[in-house]
Design a protein around this ligand. Sequence first.
Ligand SMILES: [Ca+2]
Ligand SMILES: [Ca+2]
Ligand SMILES: [Ca+2]
Length: 399
Amino acid sequence: MHDIVAIDRDGHWALTNYIVLPHIELNRSTGHVGDRFTVYAHGFSPTVPVTLVWDGVSTQFYSITDNRGFACIEAVVPPVSSGTYQVYAYDRWGETSQTLNFTVIPLYPPVLIHPEGYINTTAATLGWTSVEGAAGYLVAYDTDPNFPNPQNVTTNNITTVISGLTNGMKYYWHVSSLDIAGNQGEFSLPLNFTVDTDAPNSTISGEPYVRDPRFTIVYNATDTVSGVEAVSLYYAYNGTNYTMYATSNLASGAFAFDALYGEGVYSFYIVVADRAGNRGSSSVLNVLLDMSAPWSYVLPLPAVVNTTSFNITIVSEDTLSGMKDVRLYYSVDGGLTWEYYNTYIVGGYNATTTVLFNATHEGTYQFVAIGEDLAGNIDPAGVAEAFTTVDWIPPSASV
Ligand SMILES: [Ca+2]
Ligand SMILES: [Ca+2]
Ligand SMILES: [Ca+2]
């Protein structure tokens, strides 16, 4: 109710009443429980309380109009179920506004953070972003992407631990927000993860004795569920601490190794990681780098032997890897080429080998022995190491 006063130039005046139909405007027509919103109330009685009515739940908000009948009511969406509500305002004198609709909508879902992909535990910690106004979250997980039989967890936190998961199983999960009235919003887009608690298996192999300081370590790694992510080669020299040498993304292959410390024992193993973060190690492979040639020689023989068969003694020595074999060569009567006679298996670091040599005819014999160690180093071919004259035909005399 308003008064209108008309005054003329001479000061005469007249008074009348008129009624302005009050109305309200909302700065928004939808919101979540707890959201703030503003109501502009026009055309109410001056300087009186004006009440905003949230229909259906009788929630009321008060303000006082100014001398023009205007009020600005700061309101909060009450904790009501999702749906459309009617709101209106009235003042102390019963002036009542029109009715407006306000729709309460559930909270938006959070954004899922982790886990995704592979995990290496049967108890997963799920995490997501917080949603403003959320009083809690409903987490659902299932082994089927359509969530036909979800396991549900309600929590006030932005993480939760779900346990009792099965190795090798893939799980889908999503989260919805709950407001203080218990309204459940839509679920987030799902993430999924697969449980892999099995460490990878691996083997390495290589030559036990090598003579080239660049050699190869062959490896093979396998993994169930998630697969091999990375392979790392570790080595130690003569029992020192292990150091990582190289890595590879390939599940099987070979590492070329440069033995920078020279001769000695190099020990190797590999560590294999799968995509879930499990790690497994191979057994240790020892490789002996032996770059030193052995030496073998034939012991001196009598100046003359008078039998077709006679013993030859070969002495061999090798450091590090030890002897593998020795080959005996001979030449007759100053022949320019060495004839191969035989190969003898020799073990150990120092060996004496006695062999029976069968001469095919008389003459002057020269001998040389060429040894080889287990790493493949070979005694340098040299000059004759022993010689003898074979003469088994008695001298004949005629008179
Ligand atoms: Ca695995
Ligand atoms: Ca050697
Ligand atoms: Ca020799």
